[in-house]
Design a protein around this ligand. Structure first.
Ligand code: RIB
Ligand code: CA
Length: 313
């Protein structure tokens, strides 16, 4: 497998943290060019702090971390402390970061990196609201054609919404940004709740993280112990859904996932269904198939990969 250069755009968030750790643990497959932070689960100052906490936990302080947009394109910020806690990374007791935040704005890092790279050699991995990506595409439309692929966590169709009856959080926070990204024409893979709600950290799986006995394994287990409350209470789930790590695992082992190329459009006008990802799963329209929409995964294979890789950190 050739080394894939990626930019992770993120709003940590316990599940973002695990996605980032999995990427750091897979240097044969993934070259993390940088982390760009966005307001989402918690405000930007905290997502930018949490991203650096995760880098230091993994011993990856050479990876540059950038602050991006602190609010959606056209709406007030909605956050998710009720899921992730006040810090956004509740659970483990991790030290404040020492590594610096880069001076450059995260959007400019995305633009400059894509402009400098040969076409089709950089993958964007959005794990939060799509504000940074959409802002970069609006500011520098020339970079869209240079993107190798966008592999994002967001949306829902058969699984319906987790923040409203119809919308998934990342899309709901900035539907205008999602509309720009889904209409951009860049090759896009979508990890919706339809698949991430099948990646549940059951007790044996979390015990396996803790049994690693390393600072990373124990921290991930403690993040999950906190993060699972919301989904267990709301859905009666068997454990926390590892939404964002599905993005990283797809890049490392795509065969773990199955999906369908469909048209996906974003509701940006109706207050009732704002942020809904309307997936034409049955092909009833002639709208362009702009997304590879993932519906299923080999959950045991996913957790085997994740646990084996986390053990390396
Ligand atoms: O709806 C789940 C998504 O919203 C995940 O990316 C989680 O981290 C939050 O950003
Ligand atoms: Ca996230």
């Amino acid at each position: 497998m050739t080394l894939r250069k990626i930019i992770i755009d993120t709003d940590p968030g316990q599940d973002d943290a695990v996605a980032i750790l999995l990427a750091f643990a897979s240097p044969q497959e993934l070259d993390v060019l940088g982390l760009t932070c966005v307001a989402g689960n918690v405000p930007l100052d905290l997502t930018a702090k949490n991203a650096r906490i995760i880098c230091e936990l993994a011993g990856k302080t050479d990876v540059p971390v950038y602050a991006g947009c602190d609010r959606p394109l056209a709406r007030a910020l909605v956050t998710a402390e009720h899921v992730h806690g006040k810090t956004g990374l509740d659970g483990p007791d991790l030290p404040d970061p020492q590594m610096p935040l880069q001076q450059m704005h995260g959007v400019d890092f995305i633009i400059e990196t894509l402009r400098a790279a040969p076409s089709g050699t950089v993958t964007l991995c959005p794990l939060g609201p799509l504000t940074n990506i959409a802002t970069a595409f609006r500011k520098a439309p020339d970079i869209v054609q240079k993107v190798q692929e966008i592999v994002l966590m967001g949306g829902a169709y058969f699984e319906v919404g987790n923040i409203t009856p119809t919308a998934e959080f990342n899309i709901y926070v900035d539907p205008e940004a999602a509309d720009i990204v889904f209409k951009s024409g860049a090759p896009t893979v979508v990890m919706p709740l339809d698949v991430t709600h099948k990646a549940l950290v059951t007790a044996p799986r979390n015990d396996a993280f803790r049994a690693l006995g390393t600072p990373v394994g124990i921290a991930v287990a403690e993040m999950t112990d906190f993060f699972e409350r919301f989904d267990k209470e709301k859905y009666g789930s068997a454990g926390a859904p590892l939404h964002d790590p599905c993005v990283t695992a797809y890049l490392i082992k795509p065969a773990l996932f199955t999906g369908r190329h469909v048209n996906v459009e974003i509701e940006t006008r109706s207050e009732l269904t704002l942020g809904m990802t309307v997936a034409d799963w049955w092909g009833v329209t002639d709208r362009q198939k702009n997304a590879y929409f993932i519906g299923d995964l080999d959950a045991d294979g996913f957790f085997d990969l994740l646990t084996e890789r986390l053990a390396r950190l």
